[in-house]
Structures are given as C-alpha cells and as structure tokens.
Design a protein around this ligand. Sequence first.
Ligand SMILES: C[S@@+](CC[C@H](N)C(=O)[O-])C[C@H]1O[C@@H](n2cnc3c(N)ncnc32)[C@H](O)[C@@H]1O
Length: 247
Amino acid sequence: MTTQERRLTVLDENDSFVQFKLDILKRAMPARDAVVFGDMYIVEGGYTKKCLDYGCERALLIDTLETPNWLDTRKAHPTLNFYKGDFSDTLFMQSIAERYEIGIVFDILLHQAPLLNTIHLMLEKVEGRFVIAQPMLREQGFANTLVYLPGNPDVTELYPLVSQSDDYRVFDVHQVNQSHWLWGMTRSFLLNVLKGEGFELTYEQEFRDLPNPNWYWWGAVVERKARNPTHWSNRATTRDLYLDAFI
Ligand SMILES: C[S@@+](CC[C@H](N)C(=O)[O-])C[C@H]1O[C@@H](n2cnc3c(N)ncnc32)[C@H](O)[C@@H]1O
C-alpha cells in the first residue's frame, strides 16, 4: 500500500461513542494547545487532530504505539507533535518540559497500573482543563470505591459486557498492563483524586450504560483551581507529622 492509498487519520463521526467524546472535548474549548494521552489504538490520533480542528494552535500526542496513518497525518499537519513513550513512566514524563492548556484522557485511566502517580504525571503538564471520557463503575456501598479487576472473582457483577470479548480484557491476574482493564473506578473516587490535585469539576455528562448496568459511560471536564502544597507529590514532610512541641 502506498502512502497515497493509506487514509489519513479520521474518526467515524457517525459512531455515537465518537460523538459523545467529541462533545466532551468541545466543552473544554477554546484552548490554545492540547496534550492527548493515548490516542493511537483504532483511532490513530483522531482526537488529537480534532484539537486542531477545534482551534488549538498545536497538539501533542503521547502513546507507546505508532502507525503509518498517524505519521502521514503528522506530516500533513506540522503543528501536530508526537512523543513515543509511556506516560506512566516518571523519568520519561520528566523529559517533557512543555505545558498545555488542556489534557485529554479518553479510555485511558482504567489501564494505568500506577494510577495515582500517572494521573499526577499527566496533570503536571496541564495548566487549565483535564478532559475525561471512560466507563465508570456505579457508586458502591462506600464512596471513593476503586476496584482492582485482575484476579477479581466477582466476574458476573463486574464484567462490563454480556459475554467475554477481546476488546474488554479484564480479570486475568497476570495481565497487569495497559492493554487490559485494571480498575473499576467510581465517580466519587476520581473526582476526589482530582480535587487533591487542585482540579474541580466544571462539566459532566452521563452517556449510557454498558451492557452490564453496573458500568456506565461518563465524560467530564475538570479545571485547575489551585496548586495543593500538601499533596504527596511535594515530597516534603507534612506538618501533621510533627508534634505540637516541635513546631
Ligand atoms: C483504549 S485506547 C484509547 C484510544 C483513544 N483515546 C480512544 O478513546 O479511542 C488506549 C490508547 O492509549 C495508549 N496507552 C495506554 N496506556 C499508555 C501508557 N501508559 N503510555 C502510553 N500510551 C498508553 C494505548 O497504546 C492506546 O493507543
């Protein structure tokens, strides 16, 4: 297949899931620039390219995968950039100096083994808004529930579809990697983690249930309101560990 015969990156905008994600993305616009975490599998940079269509001057995609179609798209649009690497890797992320007005995570967070650290590494690059769309677990008995799926015996309650599918690979205790669903996370858990990072909810939308109604599609925009000096990432000893006598 020649370069000319290959299609450039496109999203199937007749697909209601794509429409849902694009609607969430539009809620974060206008934006000067964007960083998109993970946008290669199937969509080949489609949401990254959309950031330019929606007015961004530049957009960066970070992914461990790369495809010929994406390379062609990038050659046709020099304001698209690409860093090939793992955004859960602290040393790799520290090598990226740029900051962006918005950051985008569509179907990404459920796949991150070092979850809190990865969210923090992403948010360090985001000055304004963080845009999320993904399946969420319904609220459970306790708020802030986060369920680890590999090895979980509650397959009937937790499997997102009616029957097993390669697109939804969950529950294998040995497959602790980004190709698999690792987490079931509730809205309360995620929003509280984001508050700890200094981000507050500004928009949210529930799309529809998955075939297992314990799960639903959810999208949100959160905005940076402040830096949090007592966040764990600041590494300093927190004041609460000192006895009053020593302060
Ligand atoms: C489930 S696909 C989602 C693609 C797109 N965002 C969408 O909504 O259709 C996840 C993508 O993120 C990438 N990815 C997941 N975790 C990653 C990580 N830690 N570092 C780099 N890329 C990652 C995968 O390679 C894949 O392209």
